[in-house]
Design a protein around this ligand. Structure first.
Ligand code: FPP
Length: 230
């Protein structure tokens, strides 16, 4: 698949990527179970999507669930998966905001994929039902790990071309059409990248905030976007 030219990639506003950290700590501080923090995180994500869609954000990519997250307690994993179903089910709201949904992660039909069928179904449905929206693109990373993505791209380059170049890797990423990230956000005081979009953040500005994800708001989003004017 040919990748977009740089001009095409950047014509539709900034690409903001978020590592949504701190749901657990947000809940603990309030004496609530961790799952309540994730629920608040999903609700806040819906609000951040609305806010981003009103701004000059063309692409919003969020780390919903990593390839490493499967080892969390079963009940917590079940809860986070159900929240993904809920998010992908917000079709009316997404359409009202002209938001197109995408998913990035380990392909369902490839070895190691762990995405249950009901989440696959919700993802497929959201992608289909929002495909004609022309505003912001919301990409949810689910069962995603950047090193696995890169190893696969290199493997495919070798099999298909017998050669590996920067271009051959870029064209074989999970979403070759996704533009590079302009600003990477991580909430809750963590200043690590944690295997998120390692190739795509090559030139990104980085915005770290102490606020946990459920409290990340429009002011934070504006502060992150302001890094692009600096
Ligand atoms: C980090 O909180 C967040 C995650 C593990 C990702 C899950 C994100 C959500 C449920 C928000 C909604 C998003 C979607 C796509 C439905 P943490 O548990 O690591 O927090 P902690 O570091 O404070 O324990």
């Amino acid at each position: 698949m040919p990748s977009q030219s740089d001009a095409e990639k950047s014509k539709n506003g900034a690409h903001v990527a978020c590592i949504m950290d701190g749901n657990g700590r947000w809940a603990k501080k309030r004496g609530l179970p961790r799952t309540a923090g994730h629920t608040a995180g999903e609700e806040n994500l819906a609000e951040v999507v609305r806010q981003a869609a009103k701004r000059n954000v063309g692409w919003l990519t969020v780390f919903g669930f990593s390839t490493e997250n499967w080892v969390r307690p079963k009940a917590e994993v079940r809860h986070i998966l159900a929240l993904h179903k809920q998010l992908f089910g917000r079709i009316e709201e997404l359409n009202a905001n002209n938001v197109r949904v995408q998913w990035i992660g380990r392909p369902f039909d490839e070895p190691g994929s762990k995405t249950p069928l009901y989440v696959q179904k919700a993802i497929r449905q959201a992608i289909a039902d929002t495909a004609s929206n022309t505003g912001m693109t919301l990409t949810v990373a689910f069962d995603y790990g950047s090193r696995a993505e890169l190893a696969r791209a290199v493997r495919k380059s070798k099999i298909e071309l017998f050669t590996v170049t920067k271009q051959s890797i870029e064209e074989r990423l999970y979403l070759a059409q996704m533009p590079p990230v302009d600003v990477l956000v991580r909430t809750s005081g963590e200043s690590r990248i944690s295997n998120f979009l390692l190739w795509q953040i090559n030139h990104a500005a980085v915005y770290f905030t102490q606020r946990p994800w459920p409290d990340f708001d429009a002011d934070d989003l504006d502060a992150a976007l302001a890094l692009l004017d600096a």
